[in-house]
Design a protein around this ligand. Structure first.
Ligand SMILES: NC(=O)c1ccc[n+]([C@@H]2O[C@H](COP(=O)([O-])OP(=O)(O)OC[C@H]3O[C@@H](n4cnc5c(N)ncnc54)[C@H](OP(=O)(O)O)[C@@H]3O)[C@@H](O)[C@H]2O)c1
Length: 253
């Protein structure tokens, strides 16, 4: 499907999404900010043109909202949205009710959560409500996960934040390994490859729990370290619960 795609806000996540769309024949309009990223994408990806925010919206059938939410409040109401636009927001802190107001008269609005790996593919894409457009554009290379409620989407947003502390832990382990081997590059490569080996692109039900059970030999290194780090599980749940108010989730914030 060749499409006219527009991106409002040309930051990290737009760069990753546009790279992920390269080579598919789309006409892609991107807004001029961030100027350096916009120039890089226009030079690198065929079919990409830089235009004003208004021209991005006017010249597109599908508009991706990739601003910070507080900037979106100021920028979106002045743009020429139409009833036939399909709008896809990747923004945190921008629920559907707010977006309907900011993008009126457009009503076909979906929320999704692309992460930087979408540039290469293999990035899970939770979406609410169902979006045939997102599936057509990204579904061949990324598993699209259609959710039943906006609350479920918000909870996925919360859990997407585990990437940073998880990577931090992996780097801590790699640093510890390098302290013993003297080879930081090899240490990082080993830790990344080892963890990757446990993470299938589409885990079957129970697959992660089964892998964990197989790492539970009493007195083994894995079980010993897990017991020592049990507090980190509590920290994670408390941290996620701390998002409840911000993400509009019921519960323990
Ligand atoms: N990065 C992620 O992994 C990730 C994941 C999921 C969701 N998100 C969400 O995606 C959205 C964008 O995130 P990001 O990481 O890509 O942020 P970002 O790199 O800060 O990108 C936002 C861009 O908006 C531009 N901008 C500011 N004012 C503008 C205006 N008036 N018109 C057009 N563009 C303007 C900024 O340009 P200047 O640099 O020139 O100010 C900046 O490049 C956020 O709502 C975030 O919550 C991000």
């Amino acid at each position: 499907m060749m499409a006219r795609l527009g991106f409002i806000g040309t930051g990290d996540i737009t760069r990753a999404m546009v790279r992920g769309l390269a080579g598919q024949g789309h006409e892609i309009l991107i807004s001029p900010r961030n100027a350096a990223i916009a120039a890089t994408l226009a030079a690198e990806v065929a079919g990409v043109t830089i235009a004003t925010n208004a021209d991005v919206v006017a010249g597109s059938d599908v508009v991706f909202l990739c601003l910070l939410a507080r900037v979106a409040e100021e920028v979106l109401p002045g743009l020429p949205f139409r009833t036939d636009h399909r709008v896809i927001s990747v923004m945190v802190d921008a629920p559907l009710a707010k977006l309907r107001r900011l993008c009126a008269p457009a009503t076909d609005i979906a929320l999704t959560i692309p992460l930087p790996p979408i540039a290469k593919g293999g990035c899970p894409l939770p979406v609410y409500p169902a979006s045939a457009t997102l599936e057509a554009l990204f579904g061949a290379r990324n598993p699209v996960i259609t959710l039943e409620t906006e609350t479920a989407l918000a909870a996925h947003l919360g859990v997407s934040a585990i990437c940073s502390p998880m990577l931090d832990q992996l780097l801590t382990a790699a640093g510890w390994l390098a302290g013993h081997t003297g080879d930081p590059a090899a240490a990082e490569a080993y830790v990344a490859a080892m963890i990757r080996a446990y993470l299938p692109e589409r885990a079957a039900p129970g697959e992660l729990a089964g892998a964990l059970r197989n790492l539970s030999t009493e007195g083994g290194l894995n079980a010993t370290l897990r017991a020592k780090m049990a507090g980190s599980k509590v920290d994670m749940v408390q941290g996620l619960d701390g998002f409840s108010t911000r993400l509009g989730l019921k519960g323990k914030a």
